[in-house]
Design a binder for this molecule. Structure first.
Ligand SMILES: C[S@@+](CC[C@H](N)C(=O)[O-])C[C@H]1O[C@@H](n2cnc3c(N)ncnc32)[C@H](O)[C@@H]1O
Length: 376
């Protein structure tokens, strides 16, 4: 069961609706919990190690088309919507503070940098000291070298489950663990749509990473197209599919630049009922195509709208960018969806601390912004 709730305008929004995630802020060292750790600069560019260019020059290789001039009414709006998760399956947030978070992933307790956690930790330092893995980011080594295992040496991967789907947790060089659990609320929503539909929904998962969302959608009966630029990430996604013995489910794994892929789908007239898009602030396609959120997001949404089917059920955008507020992506989504009817609801995805037992609500940790168009 997913322990999450949705809060809307008027309800008390933890972190405040205007609170902007600052994912570029270096984590702070706590006095005790991770005395040996030196949290690395947060980065969402996964799978491959890519350096952000100093200039924001658009890549010559990026194929573009002009934005379509949209007319008609903007969809109605629901703001702020705070989608909150208290954990699900094998995951919960135990505690946070002093620029760090302490999370439970199956059997392991993990300490990672968390720029949003400006407050002091709730739990005693001896609880944090019992962590199984601490991300230090203190070497240039790839993979496991940037993790410290205070109790015993751990393997690179371990089995986890969320929303009934098996996948591997993984200690990656980018401090990530193979899943972004705050996305559970979107995945649970998508699962409900897919199970309730009286036909196999076509789901497009852009920037799909290790494929957990794709597996959740496919397990719920959807036909899934998963796109990611990283061969490594696609490999991990396929491993996850095999782990859950889900090879027979209809998932197309596509290693391509997301923008190139959707432009082609638009030309071909292919349509999707649900599109999930979770772009990083900066990324690269397999042929060096440059993705810059602030430069390319308007066109990406514009194309996504064109490839929504006439009976589409949603276009869901998550952004971890630090310069924007949720209103930036909210108003962009409403402009893009002019004349389509429906509603755009936007806000933040937050995870609430759940304590050692996973059932004791504490403070809310903001993780990202989201905006989603829905037909009703
Ligand atoms: C933020 S993660 C997505 C996380 C995923 N949606 C989830 O919640 O598990 C970013 C992913 O985008 C991919 N990526 C970066 N640039 C890309 C591009 N130009 N085209 C396609 N994928 C890209 C990376 O390889 C990485 O797997």
């Amino acid at each position: 069961m997913v322990k999450h709730r949705e809060s809307r305008s008027g309800q008390k929004a933890a972190g405040g609706p205007g609170a902007k995630p600052r994912r570029d802020m270096p984590g702070k060292l706590p006095a005790k919990p991770a005395r040996d750790s030196r949290p690395a600069k947060p980065s969402r560019d996964l799978g491959e190690r890519v350096a952000e260019p100093r200039t924001a020059a658009p890549a010559a290789a990026t194929p573009e088309r002009p934005l379509i001039a949209r007319t008609g009414e903007r969809p109605t709006e629901r703001v702020p919507v705070i989608l909150e998760s208290l954990g699900a399956g094998d995951f919960h947030l135990i505690d946070s503070g002093n620029g760090l978070k302490l999370e439970q992933y199956g059997p392991y307790r993990v300490v990672r940098p968390e720029a949003q956690a400006l407050w002091p930790p709730s739990l005693a330092s001896h609880v944090w000291d019992k962590a199984d893995a601490v991300f230090t980011g203190d070497t240039d080594e790839d993979g496991m070298g940037r993790w410290r295992f205070p109790r015993e040496a751990l393997g690179e991967t371990w089995p986890l489950q969320l929303l009934g789907v098996d996948f591997l947790g993984r200690f990656t060089a980018f401090r990530h663990v193979g899943v972004f659990p705050e996305q559970i609320v979107h995945w649970a929503w998508m699962k409900e749509q897919a199970e309730a539909a009286k036909r196999p929904l076509k789901v497009l998962n852009l920037f799909g990473y290790t494929g957990v969302a794709s597996l959740v959608a496919a397990a719920a009966g959807a036909e899934v197209t998963h796109v990611d630029a990283s061969k490594k990430a696609i490999g991990w996604a396929r491993e996850n599919q095999a782990l859950g013995r889900m090879e027979k489910l209809p998932i197309r794994w596509i290693c391509e630049d997301a923008m190139k892929f959707i432009l082609r789908e638009e030309r071909r007239g292919n349509k999707y009922d649900i599109i999930l898009t979770d772009p990083p602030k900066f990324g690269r396609g397999p042929n060096g195509e440059v993705w810059h959120l602030f430069e390319h997001l308007p066109l990406m949404l514009d194309i996504c709208r064109e490839i929504l089917s006439p009976k589409a059920l949603g276009l869901v955008l998550t952004a971890y960018s630090i310069r924007a507020s949720f209103y930036s992506i909210h108003e962009l989504m409403r402009e893009t969806m002019r004349g389509a009817g429906g509603a755009v609801e936007s806000g933040e995805l937050v995870i609430r601390e759940a304590g050692l037992d996973g059932r004791t609500p504490g403070r809310a940790l903001s993780t990202s912004l989201f905006s989603r168009w829905v037909p009703k």
